[in-house]
Ligand binder design. Structure first.
Ligand SMILES: [Zn+2]
Length: 706
């Protein structure tokens, strides 16, 4: 994990202040100037794009491979490259990094781009970079399409595939044409969405900037889908509460001037690419990454109502407003209040004019109506289509301040905190992760909400890699980092032999590795180190190690890393075979998806989960932010079917271990409680919760007797 993300997590943890404290303790050495620099992921992306463009351009392998390798390396570094360029000798110590690459990196950090990439992008249309992100279309094929059809956009590719024009090209085929169409679908779903670490890092950095406005600002809080912990985020919502007037010694007339001053300060944030809107109490802008940020400036007394409103989901809020109306109140983003006489009439008229389901979709409350009547007074700076078009289909566009801070004619009931609003509505507090209108309101009414899992419940991590296969750190380093994070145990699960690209261990090497692990554990590292493996599930569902090897492992995680495109039935059979194997204890990253990149494996999940329940196989919730696999709704299915879950990070470096919190967030979204997750147990009980493997020594002696 990048330090920038670590910093973000300290501020925006979903699991509450206790989690924040736990996390902060391991990252307290970070300073704010680190996060104000280019992050490793962006640098890696620039290098990777350069490599791809070089390959399209017909460069020799040695030339582009060095960029690719550098990109791979940089993605796994825990130290920011932006900082390391100050000490080039440290960069030179890294494997495969020579003086040339050091110069390139320095250029990227200093200028924000790389001249060779820029030059290549003059030769090819920039949209080719999007085509290159399509799974199943490598640079060679992209070049062919470019030469043959001048095909340069994802839409071009889709058109060619739909017209059946790709199947006859050399190296293509009907199957690959279908796969390309699948990849286009994934691309379309993903564009405009961002992974959690990137959004968190942006949120933290912007919050830091906003706080520099000084005493005028009381707090900065993220809302929206980031606060709900959704697996990807479309845009970032930040709420800024202003310090109370008396503290600022400003008269109410000067209030808007204070808000304007803060807004002006926010718009000085150096990474703004384009300002989309600058209104009375809202500024919107985009960052160079394409992420849209909406910042609302509000009074403390309205914070709870605003937080509720801008956290969403829309469906959850519609239900809450309906409930408020049934109780004779109106709920909007400023407050909950009794209905004024005038509004009561409007509400009744509204209700009458709508069908039986009219409770859903009631009025937005008077301030919005008032604002709508007045017409938008937002002064748009650098207005763009994106800002003014109602394309986002969200209910948060209108954010006027109410005229007098209260609903006309109504008496304020609540608004300062979310808690008081839920309480007034006769509901238990609903954690943001559950606010999807999927039964949480009914449960809140019956006091039957789950007591959600929390980060501090986690006692260990059961999937990680070391230098023995494709990890960046040694057993001892991983153990020390996990201990610092508060874990009591870890399982080291390096890859098995079939995964050659990840330097998987053959039987001989795993035998030596098992010895190393046992002796490391015997040394007493202050944390229990369990012997595991991430064993590949082969095409036919068999496991990649012999029973003799599997029998020696404490933790057997089994995962699919190849043949992702089998037919549904074959894929289901493959998974079932793996689950029925007496040595399989955990299924790793069960659906194989990569967020914004690769879709889920197509198999019959119901059948698979039933088999897991029957055979006592645990499903992994892979916390790596590009995976988050199983996802929330599937975790909830696990719970319903009695399948236990383990949350593991799949770490490939010490920095990745902190990803565990993303897994916890997903698990919370899946309604999971402590009892549903086996790595909340102390080591002995956790091991007892895993499927008991056949006792091979008995079998052996039986064999010899026979
Ligand atoms: Zn894996």
């Amino acid at each position: 994990m990048e330090p920038a993300e670590a910093k973000a997590s300290a501020i925006f943890l979903s699991g509450g202040p206790a989690n924040a404290a736990r996390y902060q303790s391991s990252t307290s050495h970070l300073t704010s100037d680190i996060i104000a620099t280019m992050d490793n992921k962006t640098i890696a992306r620039i290098l990777r794009e350069t490599a791809q463009l070089l390959e399209v351009d017909g460069a020799i392998i040695g030339r582009y491979r060095s960029y690719e390798k550098a990109a791979e390396l940089i993605e796994t570094l825990t130290q920011p490259v932006a900082q390391m360029v100050a000490t080039p000798e440290k960069l030179l110590e890294l494997p495969g990094i020579g003086q040339g690459m050091v110069d390139h990196l320095t250029e990227i950090v200093k200028t924000g781009d790389y001249s060779l990439r820029v030059k290549l992008l003059k030769k090819f249309p920039p949209t080719l970079l999007e085509v290159l992100t399509l799974q199943s279309l490598g640079p060679k094929k992209v070049l062919l399409l470019w030469k043959q059809f001048k095909c340069a956009t994802v839409a071009d590719v889709e058109k060619l595939a739909r017209e059946g024009k790709l199947r006859d090209l050399a190296g293509f085929g009907e199957k690959s044409e279908q796969n390309i169409l699948k990849a286009v679908e994934t691309f379309k779903k993903g564009s405009g969405r961002f992974l959690l670490p990137a959004v968190e890092a942006a949120a933290a950095e912007i919050a830091e900037h906003i706080k520099k406005a000084g005493t005028m600002v009381e707090s900065v809080t993220s809302a929206g889908s980031l606060r709900r912990g959704r697996e990807t985020v479309g845009d970032l919502d930040l709420l800024v509460t202003m310090a109370e007037e008396k503290k600022l010694k400003s008269t109410s007339g000067a209030r808007q001037a204070v808000i304007d001053e803060v807004a002006e300060h926010i718009l000085k944030y150096p990474r703004i690419e384009q300002v989309l809107a600058h209104g009375e109490n809202k500024v919107s802008f985009t960052l160079s990454t394409g992420l849209q940020v909406d910042v609302r400036l509000l009074e403390k007394e309205n914070f709870g109502a605003a937080l509720l409103y801008f956290t969403g989901s829309k469906e959850h809020n519609v239900r809450l407003r309906g409930r408020a109306n049934d109780m004779g109140w109106t709920l909007n983003e400023y407050e909950m209040a009794t209905l004024g006489e005038h509004e009561k009439e409007e509400e009744i008229a509204d209700a009458k004019s709508k069908s039986a389901g009219a409770k859903i979709g009631v009025s937005l409350g008077s301030p919005l109506k008032a604002a709508a009547k007045k017409g938008s007074q937002d002064t748009k700076k650098g207005a763009s289509a994106k800002a003014s078009a109602p394309s986002k289909n969200k209910e948060k566009e209108n954010t006027k301040r109410p005229d007098a801070g209260t609903t006309k004619g109504g008496i304020r009931v609540a608004g300062r905190t979310e808690e008081e609003i839920y309480a007034k509505l006769g509901l238990d507090f609903v954690a943001p992760e559950l606010r999807e209108n999927s039964g949480e309101i009914e449960a809140a009414e019956r006091h039957a909400l789950p007591k959600l899992l929390e980060l501090q419940d986690i006692k260990g991590d059961l999937q990680m890699h070391t230098t023995a296969s494709d990890g960046k750190n040694t057993i001892e380093e991983m153990a020390a980092a996990a201990k610092a994070l508060g874990h009591e145990y870890i399982a080291i699960t390096d890859h098995s032999k079939a995964v050659t690209v990840a330097n998987g261990l053959d039987e001989k090497r795993i035998a030596a590795h098992i010895k190393n692990l046992r002796s490391a554990d015997a040394k007493g590292l202050g944390i229990r180190v369990l012997v595991g493996s991430e064993v590949d599930i082969l095409k036919d569902g068999k496991l990649d190690y012999s029973d003799e090897t599997l029998a020696q492992l404490d933790v057997v995680v089994c995962s699919i890393h190849s043949y992702f495109n089998l037919e549904r039935e074959a894929m289901t059979e493959r998974m079932l075979a793996a689950i029925e194997n007496p040595y399989t204890q955990i299924i790793g990253h069960p659906t194989g998806r990569l967020l914004l990149k690769r879709d889920e494996l197509g198999y019959d999940l119901e059948k698979i989960l039933d088999a897991c329940a029957k055979h006592g196989v645990v499903m992994e919730c892979n916390a790596y932010p590009d995976r988050l696999d199983l996802k929330d709704v599937y975790l909830r299915m696990c719970k319903e079917k009695g399948v236990k879950v383990v949350i593991s990070t799949d770490s490939h470096s010490t920095g990745n271990l902190a990803f565990i919190r993303y897994g916890v967030t997903v698990a919370r979204r899946g309604w999971l409680e402590k009892k549903d997750v086996i790595n909340t147990l102390p080591v002995g009980e956790m091991l007892a919760a895993l499927k008991k493997k056949p006792d091979i020594s008995k079998r052996r002696s039986a064999n010899t007797q026979a």
